[in-house]
Write a protein that binds this ligand. Structure first.
Ligand SMILES: Nc1ncnc2c1ncn2[C@@H]1O[C@H](COP(=O)(O)OP(=O)(O)OP(=O)(O)O)[C@@H](O)[C@H]1O
Ligand SMILES: [Mg+2]
Length: 251
């Protein structure tokens, strides 16, 4: 990259980050007040319209706050160099369990309670973890956590099955470890696979009509892996689901 390109990249990162910070304060006020009003005792004195409106303001405000955080995190990681990493020894099983619980809790919060025609149908997200207790990796914990959460978030989000099964597997390959997340959801067509790591690229949505997010999660995943001297690999096809695998040096 030339000096000019680097300067431009630096300036645009600064602008993005400034805009995001400017959005954070008003958003936390909108979210804080709407939450406080909603949780007030005697909420039932509001008309159904007012309650609905408050809930919607709070829901959309939280979504927006999540978008701003994602944007900030993407900018932070894309501006980092390997020397900026705060590496420690991380036990993988503990970390993957923590991320899996978070992903499920987040999914419960956002899953609409759509009445189902088949009451017996199982509804839910199940993350099966296969990871040895003693496996560890020398990495930046915050970044690794963001990477894992991104893979799980996508595995849940691009999946319209009633019962979502996700397999999270860690493996030791001597000098490297791999962490893979497998889902049986939407999958990705071969012509899109190479483009999903481009910033802001999202494949046309075909089941919800609107994709929540920026298209910044996978570029962040790739940046995070490369900062550690690692790689990201994807095997996927439409209708069959996807396997995203991150491979990182153990040390
Ligand atoms: N597990 C998956 N199954 C199917 N499609 C996926 C999966 N993961 C990513 N994709 C496709 O790749 C695109 C880019 O993914 P990415 O995580 O970068 O963005 P996003 O999830 O849409 O938004 P963001 O991560 O910013 O919230 C997605 O919009 C989706 O079309
Ligand atoms: Mg994503």
């Amino acid at each position: 990259m030339s000096e000019m390109d680097l300067k431009e990249k630096d300036a645009s990162n600064k602008i993005l980050s400034l805009v995001s910070h400017k959005l954070k304060t008003p958003l936390s006020i909108i979210n804080g007040y709407s939450e406080a009003i909603l949780s007030q005792a005697g909420k039932e004195k509001f008309s159904p319209f007012t309650s609905k409106a408050l809930e919607e303001i709070n829901k959309q405000g939280s979504k927006m706050a999540e978008l701003v955080d994602k944007w900030l995190n993407y900018n932070k990681i894309s501006a980092m160099k390997p020397v900026d990493l705060k590496k420690t020894d991380i036990n993988l099983k503990t970390l993957v369990k923590e991320c899996a619980s978070r992903a499920i809790a987040k999914d419960d919060d956002t899953t609409p309670t759509v009445p189902t025609a088949e009451p017996a149908a199982k509804r839910g997200t199940y993350i099966e973890i296969d990871c040895s207790e003693r496996l560890s990796v020398h990495a930046d914990k915050e970044i690794l956590k963001a990477m894992l959460e991104e893979m799980l978030d996508n595995a849940i989000k691009f999946n319209n099955k009633m019962e979502k099964i996700i397999k999270l597997q860690c493996a030791n390959h001597g000098n490297t470890v791999s962490i893979s997340v497998r889902d049986y959801g939407a999958g990705i067509r071969p012509q899109d696979v190479n483009r999903i790591f481009d910033p802001f690229y999202q494949v046309d949505d075909y089941f919800t009509g609107q994709i929540n997010g920026w298209g910044l999660g996978l570029p962040m995943l790739k940046n995070g892996a490369e900062l550690h001297g690692g790689t990201v690999n994807v095997v996927s096809d439409r209708g069959l689901g996807s396997i995203f695998t991150v491979t990182l040096p153990i040390q």
